[in-house]
Design a protein around this ligand. Structure first.
Ligand code: AP5
Ligand code: MG
Length: 221
């Protein structure tokens, strides 16, 4: 790591608000590292052990994974990133989701001496999120997200690698609703936490992908 403080961007909001989409754009343009909890959990499932099987079952229902497992996953990833030379920044996608995660993350940033932190809420309505998630497709091979906009609607296979397109395990209506329910109950407490600290940055997530990205960059650069 260089002497300059790394930029830490925390992207959170309702499921389907566009976290993954915006992380990819930030990575492409600025080479930031990412800590995407959902992605790391899906990789963890592939190990196929007892914890992996249990994670798959809970995620498939759209429920939250317990914090003790999340912390282990984050710390492993942070150690991996800290080991890299000259990393410029980190985008955290989808954590914290409950108040205790937010508080422990504050403690972790202090411990690592990171102060340049931007908690960004990508704000979209419940209905808007539901509509996006019921139509989302992803590439089975490379994981590219296929938005339900313009010419992407007609894609039969991935336009990057020709891989098969599939629906994510937790994009069934019941699991989508469960994820949107825990947003109201749990994630809103995280929003309040950052608001009380006067650190919350709100970006309108209902705009086009390009406009959201423009506003996000204005807020963090
Ligand atoms: P995670 O994988 O993070 O899922 P999520 O939070 O439900 O969010 P999604 O990935 O579904 O949506 P997104 O916001 O990334 O939107 P996307 O860019 O894909 O977590 C999954 C699960 O892991 C959780 O439910 C939980 O079980 C567990 N978990 C994770 N973190 C945890 C934690 N910290 N603690 C406990 N448990 C945890 O966009 C959605 C769609 O819309 C795509 O098709 C995209 O192309 C399209 N789109 C994006 N932006 C736009 C736009 N502006 N206009 C039009 N379309 C758009
Ligand atoms: Mg995502």
């Amino acid at each position: 790591m260089s002497d300059k403080q790394p930029k830490i961007i925390i992207l959170f909001g309702r499921s389907g608000c566009g976290k993954g989409t915006q992380v990819e754009l930030l990575q492409k343009e600025f080479g930031f590292e990412s800590l995407s909890s959902g992605k790391l959990l899906r990789q963890r499932v592939k190990v196929g052990d007892f914890s992996g099987k249990k994670i798959k079952e809970v995620m498939g229902k759209g429920k939250l994974i317990p914090s003790f497992l999340m912390f282990q996953i984050w710390i492993d990833r942070i150690n991996e990133i800290r080991g890299k030379k000259d990393w410029k920044g980190l985008v955290i996608d989808g954590s914290p989701r409950i108040l205790i995660e937010a508080k422990l993350m504050d403690e972790a940033f202090k411990w690592y001496g990171w102060e340049d932190i931007y908690p960004v809420l990508l704000d979209i309505s419940r209905q808007g999120a539901f509509n996006r998630l019921t139509k989302r497709r992803i590439c089975k091979e490379c994981g590219q997200l296929i938005p339900w906009v313009g010419e992407f609607k007609n894609l039969k296979r991935c336009d990057l690698c020709n891989g098969e397109l599939m629906v994510r395990l937790d994009d069934k209506p019941e699991a989508i609703n469960a994820r949107l329910d825990y947003y109201e109950k749990e994630v809103k407490q995280v929003v309040d936490h950052y608001q009380k600290q006067n650190r919350l940055i709100k970006v309108d997530g209902e705009k086009t992908i390009e406009d959201v990205y423009h506003d996000l960059k204005q807020a963090i650069l």
